[in-house]
Design a protein around this ligand. Structure first.
Ligand code: G6P
Length: 611
């Protein structure tokens, strides 16, 4: 969380930084700030989104060829001008931005207070900055050296970018546990939480690793470890196009990303799924296929929407591969001293590849001997790098904070892995296997069909937007879809929504049902269909309003519901990739109808790099 940008080179830094911050706003938008080097340090910062800072500083002197910028997701201290980054040190000579949490900041702060320091903000960042300044002053050393010494005392996670008024063209950067990318241009360097701020200037990037420190000047990039030894930067070529991170005519990124799904699922299957030859090729899994086949247990570790993908995968793996699967919230798994046995396989699922809890959970499991496979969207991200093997979801940059296309791509990848393992293990017969390969290959076209009902869903959104609560129900493969539908709605419309297994409703949520409660029931044709229809009857008997996701042609179910969202028929294994799409659209249009900024819902962040 928090987006950070830096630039040093011949260009005016401010426009590069502001544009970069807008691209990183998905990481947080509680406040915005920039620091520019121009003879002296100039710092401008303000509570609110990037556009609010821009408006507030019209007419100010914004010159400078070296600068840093920050968009904040608050951890320590409420969103306010004072708590906004960059922070300036007591002398005013250093400026710093930070993404992460300094866990021992209280202790460091006390030490500094004892030495007479005063603080303008409530942030851990200002403490670390003054701690660095204190070391620099006492040791009469360079900023680089002071940062190195300070970081040895720090516990927690960070990416920091610092400017020193005495070294006007240099940015000092360091990382542990939060992402940092450096873009290499001609006589210029760009820094960012991800590559999006630099995409239009360069495709050559270096992903900085934990415990590395970068000294960045216009025509020099030096990487060192905390022991002051030089490291040769590993330069990689980006293969993302600028268009992938722009809205391309859509009103919101979320809508664009929902509509990209036929392509993203297709891209995910392309080159892996061969329906004619009856093969699935997953090169990042191949080496570990044996271990997965022999695994006593697979543990899926994830957070948020990715956790829901793990739940769907649990049903699929158990059904097709006959392997015991557990699905864990990363934040719980990492702290509860879990039992890891030899032969356990961990599958980490993450869009960003940077979620702090997921990252630490797999690092712990890896240290205990588990095989880690990553199902990750962002190429080169931390989770991808820590994993032994895995498969990228290839959904392209996902910018809307509410995850959509990453979810369906995760399902596509996890289904392919399960099918491959089931086939190699012999737990699926040839006919079913070939049938499922075909079913998978048809998903992109079927999603295209679902998207055609957008206008109908928009009207439904108008009808239900004022409801206070929603209940989402589903069974089997569609139970996690109900959870995901409810999550989407609460994320972007701030309406309270609960997802529940349809049959379990009788044990509690049915008490909520009355004529005011919309109940979204995922009731597509599958093995549970009749049971779900009975659950719909139970809701109708209590005057609840039922909006059902049904399979094409299911007039019987349509007849007992208030409203229906229709999806093409599909095998239950692939059905979640279809049934979730109308729920994404329903949440989107309700959020828009209520006038909320659906791409940047309050309090949320896309990439949660704090625990
Ligand atoms: C945040 C995002 C969610 C996402 C979750 C896990 O909460 O807002 O959309 O599902 O983190 O993120 P990951 O990148 O690990 O999938």
């Amino acid at each position: 969380m928090c987006g950070i940008v830096g630039y040093t080179g011949p260009k005016e830094a401010y426009p590069v930084i502001i544009k970069g911050l807008k691209r990183l706003e998905y990481r947080g938008y509680d406040s915005t700030g920039v620091a520019l080097q121009d003879g002296a340090l100039k710092v401008y910062k303000k509570k609110g989104k990037v556009a609010e800072l821009e408006d507030a500083i019209v007419g100010k002197d914004l010159h400078g060829h070296t600068g840093i910028g920050h968009t904040r997701w608050a951890t320590h201290g409420e969103p306010s001008d004072a708590n906004a980054h960059p922070h300036q040190s007591s002398s005013g000579k250093l400026a710093m931005i930070h993404n992460g949490i300094i866990e021992n900041y209280v202790q460091l702060k006390q030490e500094l207070i004892n030495k007479g320091y005063q603080f303008k903000s409530e942030t851990d960042t200002e403490v670390l900055l003054n701690f660095i300044e204190e070391i620099k002053k006492n040791n009469h050393c360079s900023l680089e050296e002071a940062v190195r010494v300070a970081l040895k005392r720090v516990t927690g996670a960070y990416v920091i970018l610092l400017l020193d008024a005495d070294e006007p063209e240099t940015i000092i950067a360091a990382r542990k546990g939060s992402p940092l990318v450096i873009g290499i241009g001609k006589g210029e360097h760009f820094l960012g939480s991800d590559a999006s701020p630099m995409l239009e200037y360069t495709k050559e990037v270096v992903y900085v690793n934990d415990y590395e420190l970068a000294i960045v000047k216009p025509d020099e990039l030096i990487l060192k470890n905390l022991g002051n030894e030089k490291i040769t930067p590993y330069v990689q070529k980006l293969d993302i196009e600028l268009a992938a991170i722009e809205k391309g005519g859509y009103e919101h990124f979320m809508l664009k990303e929902i509509f990209e799904q036929p392509h993203t699922i297709y891209d995910c299957l392309r080159g892996r799924l061969d329906t004619a030859g009856g093969t699935i090729i997953m090169s990042g899994i191949q080496q570990y296929a044996d271990q997965v086949m022999k695994a006593n247990r697979i543990v899926m570790i994830a957070c948020g929407t990715s956790w829901h993908a793990g739940l769907v995968a649990e049903y699929i793996f158990e059904e097709l591969c006959r392997i015991n699967v557990e699905v864990e919230y990363a934040s719980e798994f990492r702290y509860r001293n879990p039992v890891i046995n030899p032969g356990d396989v961990i599958i980490a699922i993450s869009q960003s590849g940077e979620t702090a809890d997921t990252l630490v959970a797999i690092e712990n499991a890896k240290a205990q001997g588990a095989i880690i496979l990553g199902v990750v969207n962002v190429v080169g991200s931390s989770i991808a790098r820590v994993s032994h093997g895995g498969a990228y979801t290839h959904a392209g940059p996902e910018i809307g904070v509410a995850s959509t296309k990453a979810f369906t791509a995760q399902l596509a990848v996890l289904t392919m892995i399960a099918l491959k393992i089931a086939h190699d293990k012999g737990t699926i017969d040839r006919d079913r296997y070939m049938h499922l390969l075909n079913e998978l290959s048809e998903v992109p076209n079927k999603v295209e069909t679902v998207l055609k009902s957008k206008d109908k869903i928009k009207k439904l959104a108008e009808k239900y937007k004022d409801a206070r609560d929603f209940l989402y129900l589903g069974r089997g493969y569609n139970f996690p879809v109900a959870l995901e539908g409810a999550l989407k709605l609460k994320e972007i419309s701030y309406i309270h929504a609960e997802g529940y297994p349809a049959a379990e409703m009788k044990h509690g949520p049915i008490a909520l049902v009355d004529e005011h409660l919309p109940v979204v029931v995922v009731a597509t044709k599958d093995a549970y269909h009749q049971k779900v229809v009975s659950n719909i009857q139970e809701i109708k008997a209590r005057k609840g309003k039922v909006i059902a996701v049904i399979s094409e042609g299911d007039t019987d179910t349509a007849a007992i519901c208030d409203d229906v969202l229709i999806v093409p028929e599909a095998d239950e294994i692939v059905a979640p990739m279809l049934s979730v799409v109308p729920l994404q659209l329903l949440a989107y249009y309700i959020g828009v109808a209520k006038g909320f900024d659906v791409d940047k819902p309050r309090n949320l962040a896309k990439s949660v790099t704090v625990e």
